[in-house]
Design a protein. Structure first.
Length: 634
């Protein structure tokens, strides 16, 4: 955007025509995903200093150190912050970076010289995208993050043309909406070239900026902006172009409505002096004291460094939030493993009881599962608990059958991004076979899952919002195992193989669904499905000491389901319901597991077992648990 395109003397004759023309428009990097690059296209709202180093054919005046961005220099703009956070190069494209945005750029039309920086060469967004695609042989990197923010200069240029009578009110409206459709086409071109993750920004409410606020044209400018945004998102939805829609229009209005909470003491005046100057040449030397952090605007239309920081945080919330939610489908895998351990302890006790006798058991398991942040892996730590009561019946020397009910719970934290609890009520059927040294067992469990106290923390500058929700789901598993124990006196050793399949569903939910007013950060999250197929190969050993038998087992685990999984999200404030997908957690392929325990009898009727289980060499994951079981034979 630029600040010197319209004269106040035109305000009175501009207002009636614009109103008539627009009535029908409607109103920590530790938790971050790692992309292969970050590439931003747009205007001065994303320009990282492209005029400062100079572009081909550009004669740029010497800038003072630390200036050259359209903000309260030397503070960064949101595009630099996002590039740094997600693994891009936070420099303008003419200085080796991935930020192609240029102050003054329109979508695909020439820009009046008054809107460009000093000696600016014409580079609309369409040209910026051409430059990027040309460098990659016409292909866009599907593992990179992209951003497109444009349209404000198309509004400015057409307002200027209307002001001098070069176009009519109808042409003004048509040209602005045409620019919005042009942005749809440019984003579609990026997607067709291979881009998967594209941020599409709404134009912030220019009508509330110092240049327009309180003037006769404020409402009309706001209406033009709203019309552009509606056309942009309608066009993307109609064309089926998937984007990450960033509703910065609503975000800015929320900041203005609660300015003090965000640390702003002035939302009406520019921080850069003298008033009316461009922030492009604004430095700390000609900024009001603390203006970069306490003023909303740097100049007539451009945000201060503090507001750019809020926009950056907002973008992070759109990406990191869905990624963090992907572990909601992982924690039930860990709690189910805890339940299976309790079933295994109960079945082992029952299978050595007297034939045609019922054995009742009660077992508990407590442990934790920690997923560390790395690449697509969001940090999640959960404390898991499982309680089970059941009965077994040994029908013969060979067969034992049983049934159990149980409860599992987990308290999970998603790093610094939030938390959730899980609560399952389970029903299990199981049985075992033993003949000589050969043995086999099977276990099947079904459960409904409640995800309670789901909270996502959204940081926006110095404000932290808590987005709350609850949802339900299901979890079904089947486990099979077989092996052979060789008796070597009191020592018994042998190999085993096991296979466990599990299917977890997390129903979709909407953050702050009961709130009277939706916020720009509220997301609607789609249903998640997580399938797990683990094959275990290992060995076990035990030593009979009479009443007590210590035992150990070790195995190599391999996950057979490693398909790429994404979480679908949709901003609640985007009326078009545009949804997007963010990559979710993807498990490692192989790891080790081990258990060490002891089982024995206290009396002829009462038996006890204690087991420690854990994993090792598992990428980004550490799990362990303690299982205790007490059984009573009738």
């Amino acid at each position: 955007m630029s600040v010197n395109f319209i004269q106040k003397r035109a305000a009175k004759r501009l207002l009636p025509a614009i109103v008539a023309a627009t009535l029908g428009l409607g109103a920590s990097a530790a938790d971050a995903i790692t992309f292969s690059g970050v590439y931003i296209f747009g205007d001065s709202l994303a320009d990282a200093g492209i005029y400062r180093p100079g572009i081909a054919g550009l004669t740029t005046p010497a800038f003072a150190a630390g200036v050259g961005r359209f903000t309260t220099n030397p503070g960064p703009v949101w595009s630099e912050l996002i590039a740094s956070y997600y693994g891009g190069v936070p420099r303008p494209s003419n200085a080796g970076g991935g930020i192609y945005a240029q102050g003054g750029s329109r979508v695909n039309q020439p820009t009046p010289a008054s809107l460009l920086g000093p000696g600016g060469t014409q580079r609309p967004v369409s040209t910026q995208i051409n430059e990027y695609l040309a460098a990659g042989g016409g292909r866009a990197d599907g593992r990179a993050l992209y951003g497109v923010i444009a349209g404000a200069n198309d509004i400015f240029a057409n307002l200027g043309a209307f002001q001098v009578g070069a176009i009519t009110a109808a042409q003004l409206q048509a040209n602005v909406l045409s620019a919005a459709n042009g942005e749809v086409a440019e984003i579609a071109r990026l997607r067709a070239a291979g881009a998967r993750y594209v941020l599409a920004f709404a134009i912030p409410d220019i009508g509330t900026t110092p240049q327009f606020a309180g003037t006769a044209v404020q409402g009309s400018v706001t209406a033009l902006v709203a019309g552009y945004n509606v056309t942009l998102f309608n066009g993307l939805a109609a064309a089926g172009v998937q984007v990450i829609p960033a509703d910065t229009f609503t975000l800015l209005n929320e900041v203005r409505a609660n300015a003090a909470a965000f640390g702003f003491t002035n939302i009406t005046s520019p921080a850069c002096l003298p008033v009316g100057s461009s922030s492009l040449v604004c430095s700390a030397a000609n900024t009001v004291p603390n203006g970069a952090t306490t003023y909303l605007y740097a100049d007539g239309v451009h945000p201060s460094s503090a507001m750019h920081g809020i926009v950056s945080d907002f973008v992070k919330s759109l990406i990191d939030g869905p990624n963090a939610y992907s572990t909601m489908a992982e924690v039930p895998l860990a709690t189910r493993a805890a339940h299976i351990r309790t079933l295994d302890s109960g079945l082992r006790t029952g299978s050595v009881g007297e034939v045609r006798r019922i054995t009742a058991f009660a077992a508990g398991d407590g442990g934790k599962s920690d997923i560390s942040a790395n690449g697509l892996s969001p940090q999640t730590n959960s404390k898991n608990r499982s309680g089970t009561v059941g009965v077994t019946f040994r029908t013969s020397e060979t067969f034992t059958f049983g049934a159990a009910i149980g409860k599992t719970t987990a308290d999970a934290t998603m790093g610094s991004l939030g938390k959730f609890d899980t609560n399952e009520s389970l029903l299990s059927l199981f049985g075992s076979f033993k003949s000589g040294g050969a043995y086999a067992s099977s276990m099947g469990t079904v459960a409904d899952v409640k995800f309670n106290n789901v909270q996502r923390y959204v940081k926006l500058g110095q404000v932290t919002r808590t987005n709350s929700s609850n949802t339900k789901g299901s979890n079904a598993s089947l486990g099979l195992s077989a092996g052979y124990d060789f008796a070597l006196g009191a020592l018994s050793v042998g190999p085993f193989i096991a296979y466990t399949t599990q299917s977890v569903t997390v129903n979709g939910f909407t953050e702050n669904a009961n709130a009277a007013t939706a916020l720009s950060t509220d997301l609607k999250i789609g249903e998640q499905n997580r399938d797990s197929r683990i094959t275990s190969i290992g060995g076990r050993a035990s030593f009979d000491l009479g009443k007590w038998t210590p035992f150990a087992r070790i195995s190599l685990e391999q996950e057979g389901s490693r398909d790429e999984r994404s979480v679908t999200a949709s901003p609640v404030t985007i009326a078009q319901g545009i949804s997007y997908e963010i990559p979710g957690y993807r498990p490692g392929k192989k790891w080790g597991a081990a258990a060490l325990g002891v089982r024995g009898t206290i009396t002829d009727q009462i038996s006890l077992s204690l087991v420690y289980s854990g994993t090792f060499s598992r990428t980004n994951v550490k799990e362990d648990g303690f299982t205790g079981n007490i059984a009573f034979a009738f």
